[in-house]
Design a protein around this ligand. Structure first.
Ligand code: SAM
Length: 222
């Protein structure tokens, strides 16, 4: 059975990206106690345009498994950065026999680096890269239906992005949300956990170096 994620080509790209990410820590003036920009603001993300903020391998592997197990064909990703999570998702799409992944990123510089990384991994042809605010770039030309949404952009916008995509969600679509232990995600979690909104939702933790990281995995069951 094919496993693109474990192929030498993809592993080489991921290893190199994680090594590079380790060399580009968060600047203190952007996210430390003396932060000069409001957390999650456009200005903060612009200052972080060379910083990865990539998902951990353990969560990436879970995303790969979700896409494979659900036989997903159409994915929308909110928050590309350098394309690390995009590589996990696209590897699974390829192993499903193909599909489409729309990914959205504020920063043109990051989108270009992500495009190059996906090209090196041999996955570029599966990706529709959209630059700008996701609330604009995801207004049109969505796949119908969307099988999986990955939320990993500005935390306070998760719920707005989900509501924008909701009319196009497949019955049984998966919503995978990262960093649900961060401030700003409360409104999304409240929405996903209210049965009246049509979701069945589970919170999980994955291991990340010496700590854990929170996620929500939800199914849209109309
Ligand atoms: C946590 S990083 C994404 C990491 C990426 N998923 C990975 O694992 O490699 C979040 C990214 O979302 C982008 N972003 C945040 N809010 C956005 C918005 N409203 N529209 C487009 N991009 C946004 C930021 O510029 C940042 O690069």
């Amino acid at each position: 059975m094919t496993n693109t994620l474990k192929s030498e080509r993809v592993q080489r790209v991921l290893d190199s990206l994680y090594a590079d990410a380790a060399q580009s820590p968060f600047p203190e003036h952007v996210i430390g106690p003396q932060a000069v920009y409001p957390r999650g603001s456009r200005e903060m993300f612009h200052e972080l345009r060379t910083v990865y903020m990539a998902i951990a391998p353990s969560f990436g592997q879970l995303l790969y498994n979700l896409v494979r197990a659900s036989k997903t064909q159409n994915i929308v990703e909110f928050g590309t950065s350098m394309g690390v999570s995009t590589i996990y998702l696209a590897s699974a799409l390829k192993d499903n026999g193909g599909g489409k992944l729309i990914t959205t990123e504020y920063e043109p510089e990051k989108i270009e680096r992500a495009r190059q990384n996906l090209r090196e991994a041999g996955l570029e042809e599966l990706i529709d890269f959209r630059v700008g605010d996701a609330m604009e770039s995801l207004k049109t030309d969505l796949p119908d239906p969307i099988d999986l949404v990955f939320l990993d952009g500005a935390k306070q916008m998760y719920l707005d992005v989900l509501k924008l995509l909701e009319p196009s969600l497949a019955n049984g679509a998966i919503i995978a949300s990262d960093n649900t232990d961060h401030d700003g995600v409360e409104s999304l979690l409240e929405y996903l956990r209210d049965p009246a909104n049509g979701y069945v939702s589970s919170s999980i933790l994955t291991a990340r170096e010496d700590r854990t990281s929170g996620h929500e995995i939800s199914c849209f069951c109309r």
